[in-house]
Design a binder for this molecule. Sequence first.
Ligand code: GLV
Ligand code: MN
Ligand code: MN
Length: 450
Amino acid sequence: MKFNYTRIFHPRLQHGVIAVILAALAGPAAGEDALMVDGARIEQHIIELSAFGRNQQGGVDRVAYSEADLDARRYVSGLMNQAGLEVRIDAAGNLIGRREGREGRRPLMIGSHIDSVPGGGNYDGDVGVIASIEVARVLNDSGTMLDHPLEVVIFADEEGGLTGSRGMIGDLTPAALEVVSHSGLTVADGIARIGGDPHRLAEAARAACSLAAFVELHIEQGAVLHDEGIDIGVVTGIVGIRWWDVIVEGIANHAGTTPMDKRRDPMLAAADFIKIVNNVIRSEAGTQVGTVGRIRAEPGAPNVIPDRVVMSLEIRDLDADKMQSLFDKIRQQARQIAQRHGTPLEYRELDVASAPALTDERIQNVIAKSAEKLGLSQKRMPSGAGHDAQDIARIAPTGMIFVPSVGGISHSPREYSEPADMANGANVLLQTVLALDAAPPECTIASAND
Ligand code: GLV
Ligand code: MN
Ligand code: MN
């Protein structure tokens, strides 16, 4: 593929091309014989991947199951082949590249996702995928045989509710398959479109303790590492996420002839609801967050008082009980809105929920030690973003590595991570894989989904 950088690349990516040359010259500290990733190749692959679904702002609209998603999946399949991986698609639509290890060992798994939110950036998920393929490539090119098979996974539809990883832990319910994804297709139709099979999902499910370990590298998506000048985040836990559709019923009427005191306006009720969400979430100490990120008025015209408003509600926290109690509090306070405006409120929870998860402390230590060996600074920290790792943590010892996001911006075309930081993260991932291969943690998980 030939690229005209100045014409098609976001200025940050152009900057990245220059920065990667500097990064390749500098590189982190490592022993003479240590295997190292190729930072320039990682940056080149990130640039190439950014072409699929590129939007006018320099980011990507590459929602799961779209044409752009399919094209990007073909591109990364090619990279996996070049890295010597045997590629297949499981029934949940996950792309999996595998290299064999010694007979009878359970696989080590690494990976992330390449689907984006609408109006997404070029680093969320992509960095972990490209770095994982790079790790496989370095092992392949150096003729390094691991004891364990290595599987590189590109999870399907991460941004629609961790769909691929839910499939991998046997948690994709009929209700989850009916959810309409960002692409407009139901999850079931989307899975079929990308080569999975929604009728054979059991085949994608992995049993508890069937993986030796899972490690996901990801951009932080917050500003902590960047602001504090720290190279690597060792993730301690990942927030749970719950989504609801909140439906407010009113009475449609003429916007010109209906006096202000004679209306049952669901839009006004929605405005009050949004304020209640903000107040309730902020009323308690802690790092919980709550968001109304989508709203639709029906029929939706400037001169019609709507008869129905549908909005989203999202709540995140590391504590599942706290998420429930915050929701109960919102619902309790929102009762007076219904009374005040004469507009009943109804809540429909979407089956996209992901439970909070702690990462495995032993893997945290391996990641920290790998960073230390490479001369990189590090910090233990929780993740406020959701990740496939939180699902896989229910069936396997799991760890996560963060690299800095410039300015903490994410889910935006302005998302950016420095090439040197991506290379650092990939080197930590490589060293972590080697260490886990030599000494895998014992699996103490009793069974998935309990
Ligand atoms: C996943 O990107 C999330 O919404 O946190
Ligand atoms: Mn994301
Ligand atoms: Mn992500």
